[in-house]
Design a protein around this ligand. Structure first.
Ligand code: DGJ
Length: 509
């Protein structure tokens, strides 16, 4: 009997219940990505465009280990996936899933389907060779633009079927939920024309704008696109056309397997947007997010690919994509100084963050991103949960802003940059400070960060530190290492280049 029981226990994992399907949950105006039934902070990285081939994967996995990520964003190429019409090749996808599991990583799959950066370069050859059946859009002179038509029925049908096949295969082969989200297309839209000028498109452009689009954009009077949107008419029209298409592809997949789905945007400059045509037209840029929401409800997230160098523009993008109807998720970013903005994103409730093209770099190039992850990975579940509960604040240093105040119940936390002893803050030579503070009980906080000082205030009384415990998270449990006191607390709590987590108990006198 005992033997049978032991054998059954040994086999148990094989028959373990499926984990719940990942989903995005909203509560009290805040979002969380639930993975295995609990909030999960996606600390990710994206591979280069041509790295999702089995021969390239050893380099991918070793880069991801150096980066200490928990999730890898990796493409599935339509040209590989459907080599002949209706015949799907799951071999590469199966390899990705198997090897990701071996490396204890989650995946976000990027469906390089009809659109890749506005073009149709990932369509299978058999489609590329039939341009009449799978057409491009036309510019004002009737010349083909290197961008697929969002009105092409045959392309849409083929994409819907292929994407549905992908999702069906995931449903059947991924009870572990290795794949936690799927990106539908890649930076859909068009470079080189604001919209399609073919006769069919022209007819639609002159027709009345659908009521739900007018409502979404807050336009009262019915009318055609020009009447409704004036100078933005063409970009709004193209956004509706592309969103409707992507929304149908997303819905075809979601019907089969309801994983969180998102579309990513090549942004326009949020501070100096420029006129339509100066940025990729038709994608979920900040001016047309409401159109995308209305026309593509199967997408859970519209996500910004942030390649801005200007910190003010970077932060503005985060604000623009954090909406009551949209969780903040940064699927692509770049530029080592921008690594600190993971903390700004967390301060705005972000569910995930991933720098682009992280395989094949020298380890030093990955370091600014890796140090974020080394700090946050062991506590990612706590960070995600505390953020979802509204108890977490996080910020990153901006040049010239030497201090910031984070507001909690009964307390404020003062974050300052470039501070020694009791001298006033100077700011770091390069703005690289970042801080995360979460209120875990009335008078208790988790505090962490790099290159900053954190101290606490409460109205009418003076604060005293009752206990400042340094430790680290191991599998969700805070492991005490030592107590900070004396020089380590007399001027506030100082964070340098080492990953340090503090559990702070405050009192007053
Ligand atoms: C944004 C795209 O989404 C990525 O696939 C990649 O092409 C980068 N731009 C640039 O390298």
């Amino acid at each position: 009997m005992k033997k049978i029981l032991l054998a059954a226990l040994a086999l148990a994992p094989l028959f373990a219940q499926e984990s719940p399907i990942p989903q995005i949950v909203k509560n009290d105006g805040r979002f969380a990505l639930f993975v295995d039934g609990a909030p999960y902070l996606m600390l990710g990285a994206q591979v280069h465009n041509s790295s999702a081939w089995p021969a390239m994967l050893p380099k991918v996995w070793s880069a991801m280990k150096d980066l200490s990520v928990n999730t890898v964003e990796i493409p599935i190429y339509w040209e590989q996936f459907e080599p002949r019409p209706g015949q799907y090749d799951y071999a590469v996808m199966d390899t990705l899933l198997r090897e990701a599991r071996q490396h204890q990583l989650r995946l976000v799959l990027l469906w390089f389907g009809t659109w890749k950066n506005g073009s149709q370069h990932y369509m299978p050859q058999w489609m590329k060779l039939q341009p009449d059946k799978y057409p491009r859009i036309a510019d004002r002179n009737g010349r083909a633009v290197d961008s697929p038509s969002p009105y092409a029925e045959a392309t849409l049908e083929a994409d819907k079927k292929a994407f549905a096949a992908l999702m069906r295969h995931l449903k059947e082969t991924d009870p572990h939920r290795t794949v936690i989200m799927v990106q539908v297309e890649n930076e859909p839209g068009t470079w080189g024309a604001v919209r399609d000028y073919s006769p069919a498109a022209q007819k639609l452009f002159e027709a009345l704008v659908p009521r739900e689009i007018l409502d979404a954009m807050g336009v009262k009077e019915p009318g055609n696109w020009t009447q409704a949107f004036g100078a933005e008419a063409e970009v709004c029209f193209h956004a509706w056309s592309v969103a409707r298409y992507v929304g149908q592809v997303a819905a075809a997949g979601k019907k089969i397997y309801p994983l969180p789905l998102y579309a990513n945007a090549a942004l326009r400059d949020p501070l100096k947007p420029g006129t339509p045509g100066s940025y990729e037209s038709g994608g979920p840029t900040d001016n047309v997010l409401a159109i995308w929401k209305a026309a593509a409800p199967a997408l859970d997230v519209l996500a910004p690919d942030i390649y801005q160098d200007n910190p003010a523009a970077y932060l503005r993008v985060l604000e623009l994509y954090r909406r009551d109807d949209n969780p903040l998720f940064v699927p692509e970013t770049a530029g080592a100084p921008n690594a600190r903005f993971l903390f700004s994103a967390l301060g705005m409730g972000a569910i995930g963050f991933a720098p682009f093209g992280m395989d094949g770099n020298e380890p030093a190039a990955n370091e600014p991103w890796a140090m974020n992850n080394r700090l946050l990975l062991p506590m990612q579940r706590e960070v995600a949960r505390l953020n979802f509960e509204g108890k977490l604040r996080a910020v990153a240093e901006e040049k010239g802003k030497l201090t910031e105040t984070l507001v909690f119940t009964g307390w404020t936390a003062a974050v300052s940059y470039g501070v020694t002893l009791n001298h006033p803050p100077q700011g770091n030579a390069q703005p690289m400070g970042r801080a995360l503070v979460a209120q875990t009980k009335d008078n208790e906080f988790l505090v962490t960060g790099y290159f900053c000082r954190v101290d606490f205030r409460t109205p009418a009384k003076q604060r005293q530190f009752l206990a400042v415990e340094e430790g680290s998270f191991e599998q969700g449990v805070f492991k005490f290492r030592r107590i900070w006191n004396g020089d380590e607390t007399d001027w506030g709590l100082n964070f340098g280049a080492e990953p340090v987590v503090l559990r702070v108990k405050l009192g007053t006198y």
